[in-house]
Design a binder for this molecule. Structure first.
Ligand SMILES: *Cc1c(COP(=O)(O)O)cnc(C)c1O
Length: 435
């Protein structure tokens, strides 16, 4: 398959080039030239498959032979070796729990898939120097990326996080690893961390001396495996003999990567009636849907930190898939909630339905309840485990929220953090000193 840049269609790349670069040289996002359409029979068969089997079927179909079958099989089975349960709440909604991976947030799948695919490309090129993976984070991305690449030979990971803005549990998930993972505390905001990384990608001297890669969701490798979530929800509903003819997905959105994956699954033939995009007060996409204007703003901090994005990276992919604003509005209903509404949803869902939602999942659940019409089946994507923000959750529901072993194992470790100003010179010097 050929991939093109959303800025200029003439700029093309192979999957390997798209994945090892991340962003196209013109600043665009890579998209496949033609998405294949799943045969109808495929949808009838998927309810009998296990999660890794279904994941392999979807991903290999979408990549059309770009990666050798046996290699791809191993990558996918490795990336999907945990459960993704579909839970029905007493309120009659479905929740797809995407948070049972190593760092207990939904980014585990995308980053593990990406890490293993990059590792394969590395193995094809013994002449390559080290890959340097740069990732700005408000918490979840950094931990998922760091854990996915940890101890991978020939790869160095740099996680940049804003001082004072990342919780202790999240921080310990990437800052205690050491080895090939360097955690950098930036004296600045999340937007500063993002700018430092963007500047690094534009810096000729750096790029001439080292191989830099982005592990953000601009990387197509993170978009591909997330399509599986939507097929998996569909397959599970079919298995439970639920009528799937009016299926609605509610997606908590930040950089819009997960939503882009859902739209791709739909455009490849998964019958989805509509998507519901849900943001917190960083409501850039919501405003776009309402007004037709895309206006990035400075990032505001909220109690759903993984949704704090003032300039959603994957916006270009959404428009590319749906064509124009009118069509976006036809297929996506947009919502946005502030912290009080999020807290209210967590409390009420817990009290009335006995189901504990984390702040990110709560926005999706709330929007689903507002948006769903009679006769429709709604699935909210739950993207993080409630214990990841344990302290805040305990304050909200005034009860202990037990911490799973998977999260406590990081807590005992020693934090190894490099402190840095928000100036680019310091960052550049650090990168060059690590070569
Ligand atoms: C990253 C993240 C999101 C948002 O996903 P995007 O693909 O960036 O829109 C939602 N919830 C959690 C917990 C996340 O970590």
């Amino acid at each position: 398959m050929i991939y093109y840049s959303t800025i200029n269609r003439q700029n093309k790349a192979s999957l390997e080039q798209a994945v090892t670069k991340g962003l196209a040289p013109d600043g665009g996002l890579y998209m496949p030239e033609a998405l294949p359409l799943f045969p109808k029979a495929f949808l009838r068969n998927i309810s009998a498959m296990t999660l890794p089997e279904l994941a392999y079927a979807v991903v290999s179909f979408a990549l059309k032979g770009d990666v050798p079958a046996d290699v791809l099989h191993d990558i996918v089975f490795d990336a999907f070796d945990f459960d993704i349960p579909l839970v029905k709440t007493s309120g009659g909604r479905y929740v797809l729990e995407l948070f049972h991976g190593p760092t207990m947030a939904f980014k585990d799948v995308g980053t593990r898939f990406m890490a293993r695919l990059l590792n394969y490309y590395r193995s094809c090129h013994p002449e390559w120097r080290d890959l340097n993976v740069l990732v700005p984070t408000s918490g979840d991305t950094g931990s998922a990326v760091a854990n996915s690449f940890w101890q991978m030979p020939g790869v160095k990971v740099y996680v940049l996080f804003p001082r004072g803005a990342v919780g202790r549990i999240q921080k310990s998930q990437f800052a205690t690893l050491g080895g090939n993972v360097t955690a950098i505390e930036v004296n600045g905001s999340f937007d500063d961390c993002k700018s430092l990384v963007e500047e690094a990608f534009m810096d000729t001297e750096l790029n001439d001396s080292m191989r830099l890669t982005s592990a953000m969701s601009i990387n197509y490798a993170r978009i591909i495996p997330q399509m599986v979530y939507y097929f998996w929800a569909y397959a599970q509903l079919m298995r439970q003999q639920v009528d799937v003819s009016n299926l609605v997905f509610a997606v908590p959105c930040s950089n819009l990567g997960n939503l882009a994956s859902g739209l791709m699954a739909w455009s490849m033939g998964l019958p989805v009636k509509r998507f519901v995009s849900v943001e917190n007060q960083n409501n850039i996409f919501y405003n776009y849907v309402m007004t037709g204007e895309f206006k990035p703003k400075p990032t505001q901090y909220s109690i759903a930190p993984a949704l704090d994005a003032g300039c959603p990276n994957n916006f270009g992919r959404i428009v590319e898939i749906l064509g124009d604003h009118e069509n976006v509005c036809r297929h996506i209903h947009a919502y946005s909630y502030d912290d009080n509404q999020i807290i209210d949803t967590i409390m009420h869902t817990y009290d009335d339905e006995g189901y504990l939602l984390d702040p990110h999942s709560a926005v999706a659940y709330r929007a689903l309840n507002e948006d769903l019409q009679p006769g429709e089946i709604g699935v909210a994507l739950a993207t993080a485990h409630p214990a990841k923000l344990q302290h805040m959750m305990e304050n909200i529901i005034e009860e202990p929220v037990p911490m799973p072993d998977q999260l406590t194992r990081f807590m005992g470790g020693e934090l190894r953090v490099k402190k840095m100003s928000n100036g680019f010179t310091a960052f550049k010097r650090l990168l060059l000193s690590k070569m």
